[in-house]
Design a protein around this ligand. Structure first.
Ligand SMILES: C[S@@+](CC[C@H](N)C(=O)[O-])C[C@H]1O[C@@H](n2cnc3c(N)ncnc32)[C@H](O)[C@@H]1O
Length: 279
């Protein structure tokens, strides 16, 4: 006899055996996982362990993960590794081509779909819907959102890039638009993962993580968890910069960011669509 939650393959009758699954809200990751095709080739990518942990907790094999800020494709590669299906959207067309080359040919455009597009746009969402249709489903089973942390890293010169949003309110409005589309594309009763960090601006902390959490709630999501995760495992060596930040911290009263958030949301089982005018 097995006992499973509807959103996971974890057999709850054997719950003591799942040491590899983390349930604490503090994640100290010593080093990024470089196995299974993962590389540190994109400044701003997340550690594969975020995908590993959330796929195992919140999806079953063969289900569809949707990532609306795909970047270098960490989430797509992990979907291949863990036998999940996948749809990813990324604004930068060159990056889309790079990620497509990382996916095994027999899975590309069948189980794993990598689409160029602006995730704030209704026509992109329609293309995602069309692709989901070809996969025999009308919604995804897990949503991943790893937006730019506003202008901390400029990802491209495109005005549509959230990292080029002219001010904080515009960034948050565009993020909320994507969160609303993501909400609509997600199956009711399922989970969403937001990976986000805070920033400093003009000597003041800007709690981006909490602002984005609030925007997700406005989009219809309910909060399930805030995981605090160290960022040390995701950095390249930067000795001189570290010293500079330490000096600034001591002089200006800051604390140096060593954490970011993995926020977990769920879509209530009785909610379907959110956006009024979208596809
Ligand atoms: C923080 S990175 C995501 C990194 C990804 N999780 C990884 O592991 O590689 C954010 C990505 O969002 C993309 N992006 C920014 N604005 C976008 C938009 N409007 N639509 C789609 N993608 C966008 C950027 O090009 C960038 O690659």
């Amino acid at each position: 006899m097995t006992k499973r939650a509807p959103h996971s393959d974890i057999d709850l009758t054997r719950w003591r055996e799942y040491d590899c699954i983390w349930t604490d809200s503090l994640w100290i990751i010593e080093a990024r996982d470089r196995t299974g095709g993962h590389q540190l080739d994109y400044h701003g990518n997340f550690v594969p362990q975020i995908a590993t942990q959330t796929y195992l907790r919140y999806t079953r094999e063969g289900e569809v993960v949707l990532d609306l800020f795909l970047g270098s494709g960490t989430s797509a590669i992990e979907a291949v590794r863990l036998n999940r299906r996948f749809v990813g959207v990324e604004l930068n067309p060159e990056l889309v081509e790079t990620v497509r080359r990382k996916i095994p040919a027999d899975l590309l455009d069948r189980n794993i779909h990598i689409l160029p597009g602006d995730s704030t746009q209704a026509e992109t969402v329609q293309r995602v819907r069309d692709v989901l249709g070809t996969m025999g489903t009308d919604c995804a089973h897990l949503l991943i959102l790893h937006p730019p942390y506003h202008d901390i890293i400029r990802f491209s010169g495109s005005a549509a890039d959230l990292s080029n949003a002219p001010d904080l309110e515009t960034f948050l409005d565009r993020f909320e638009t994507v969160a609303r589309y993501g909400f609509d594309l997600l199956a009711p009763g399922r989970f969403a993962v937001l990976v986000i960090g805070d920033k400093y601006e003009r000597g003041e902390l800007v709690p981006l993580g909490f602002y984005c959490l609030e925007r997700c709630q406005r989009a219809g999501f309910r909060s399930k968890a805030i995981v605090v995760k160290n960022i040390t495992g995701n950095e390249r060596g930067k000795g001189r910069t570290n010293n500079l930040w330490r000096y600034r911290a001591l002089a200006g009263g800051y604390y140096i960011f060593k954490h970011e958030y993995v926020m977990i949301f769920f879509k209530p089982a009785d909610r379907m669509r959110n956006t009024k005018n979208g596809p």
